[in-house]
Design a protein around this ligand. Sequence first.
Ligand SMILES: Cc1cc2nc3c(=O)[nH]c(=O)nc-3n(C[C@H](O)[C@H](O)[C@H](O)COP(=O)(O)O)c2cc1C
Length: 212
Amino acid sequence: MKVLMLNGSSNLKGCTYTALEEVGKVLLEEGVDYEIFQIGPKPVRDCIGCRKCRDGRCVFTDDAVNEFVEKAYEADGFVFGSPVYFAHPSGRILSFLDRAFYCNSSDERYRAFKYKPGAVVVSARRGGTTASLDAIQKYFGIAQMPTVGSTYWNMVHGQNPDDVRKDEEGLQTMRNIGRNMAWMLKCFEAGKQNGIMLPNSELSYATNFIRQ
Ligand SMILES: Cc1cc2nc3c(=O)[nH]c(=O)nc-3n(C[C@H](O)[C@H](O)[C@H](O)COP(=O)(O)O)c2cc1C
């Protein structure tokens, strides 16, 4: 079993990364592998709504979105991490995930993501954390992804990794995400082994607005 994490910060080894690693540490203890996929500091294109996505992939090939989607097909669970910028997630993670999810919506409605558990992790100096969590968790809802919680909302605080390492409650929260994610993955696997099939979701209607 493998969890694919996404670091939505340009800081490759910053606060968000430190939080993701704490989740990963427990996943490994629980026998679950993980990888941290770095969006990195290079430009990330925004979705331009061209609707030319094909085969679950984006038409733009000059950044890492398609590479991430490719890995997502193989992953069993996800952790999306972002720093808080002006009380919302980083612009780059929203641009990245808009394209990763929108292009995959055409492949059996989010085949790379659906029915796989997801957690969001945010890092802030002080404020804007819950609004940022709300924004990113919305990707899970539309893609039929169960959300992994913890013993507090999934956040750490700090301006540098050393600050985060001193945030005892934040780190504890990260470790409990790892435990809950591993437990959920094992439950899903046990269900599959015992004949509990994935739900057969209805997809007939796409009503764009309510008519009288
Ligand atoms: C453009 C920008 C905006 C920020 N806005 C906020 C904010 O609204 N609230 C906050 O608590 N911290 C804010 N911060 C601080 C970062 O969220 C915080 O330092 C975070 O832990 C950095 O994570 P990273 O090391 O993974 O990039 C901001 C930082 C930047 C660069």
